[in-house]
Design a protein around this ligand. Structure first.
Ligand SMILES: C[S@@+](CC[C@H](N)C(=O)[O-])C[C@H]1O[C@@H](n2cnc3c(N)ncnc32)[C@H](O)[C@@H]1O
Length: 200
C-alpha cells in the first residue's frame, strides 16, 4: 500500500496525538524555535510542537498526509507550514533550522538514510538540535509497526556513528507499548536519540 493510500482515509493512521518521545524531549526547545519535521505524515507531531510555540515546517512525500496535517492544525487553532517533497531527491537548505525531528522515518534503506542524515546535519544551524526516534533492529520480533527489513531499522551504534562528534544529550534503547492509531499498536522496540550539532 502506498503512503498516499494509507493516508487517504478520514482517520489518522498514526493517531492525532504526538509521539511520547516528542512530548518527553521538547523541553529542550525554546519557544519560537524554527523546527523542521522530516517525513511528518499527518501532522500529529508538528501540530503539537506548534501548540508549544514553535515555528514548525512539516515536510512529507504524501500530499494527502499534509492536507490532513493542515486540517489538524486548524482544528487545534495553530498554524504550520508544509512542503510536499520527495526525500530521495531533496535539496536540503543550509543552516535553516534550530531543531529537526525525524520520527519513524524508517522507510529509508541505508543509502537514502545516509543522505537524509547528511541533509539534516546541513539544514541545522551550528548548535542546533537533532531529535530522532524510531524502531530498533529488535523490532523485527514484534508486529506493532515499522518495516520488516533489518537494514531500515536502527541501533544506537548506527546513530552515534552517523553523528560522530556531536554532543549526545539523550539516548535510549527500550521497549514500550505503542498506542498510536492503527499504524503503531502494541509492544515495540524503540530508540531515542537527541544530539547537538557542533557549534563550529
Ligand atoms: C511511518 S510514517 C511516519 C509519519 C510521522 N513521522 C509520524 O510519526 O506520525 C513515514 C512517513 O514518511 C513519509 N515518506 C516516505 N517516503 C518518503 C520520501 N521519499 N520523501 C518524503 N517523505 C516520505 C510518508 O509519507 C510517511 O508520512
Amino acid at each position: 500500500m502506498s503512503w498516499d493510500e494509507r493516508f487517504s482515509g478520514t482517520d489518522f493512521y498514526y493517531g492525532t496525538e504526538p509521539s511520547d518521545f516528542v512530548t518527553r524531549q521538547a523541553w529542550r526547545l525554546e519557544r519560537g524555535a524554527a523546527v523542521l519535521s522530516v517525513a511528518e505524515g499527518e501532522g500529529r507531531n508538528a501540530v503539537w510542537l506548534a501548540a508549544q510555540g514553535m515555528c514548525v515546517h512539516a515536510l512529507d512525500g504524501s500530499a494527502p498526509a499534509l492536507e490532513k496535517a493542515h486540517r489538524l492544525a486548524e482544528a487545534r487553532g495553530v498554524s504550520i507550514t508544509s512542503e510536499h517533497a520527495d526525500l530521495t531527491r531533496y535539496i536540503w537548505p543550509i543552516g535553516a533550522y534550530g531543531a529537526i525531528f525525524g520520527v519513524f522515518i524508517q522507510f529509508a534503506p541505508p543509502a537514502l538514510r545516509a543522505a537524509i542524515f547528511r541533509g539534516m546535519a546541513q539544514a541545522l544551524h551550528p548548535g542546533g538540535l537533532l531529535f530522532l526516534h524510531g524502531f530498533s533492529t529488535r523490532q523485527l520480533e514484534n508486529s506493532s509497526g515499522g518495516p520488516k527489513a533489518i537494514d531500515q531499522l536502527w541501533t544506537l551504534d548506527l546513530l552515534r556513528a552517523a553523528f560522530a562528534g556531536w554532543e549526545i544529550l539523550h539516548q535510549a534503547d527500550y521497549d514500550a507499548q505503542l498506542d498510536e492509531g492503527p499504524g503503531h499498536a502494541g509492544r515495540a522496540a524503540l530508540l531515542d536519540f537527541v544530539a547537538r550539532k557542533p557549534a563550529a
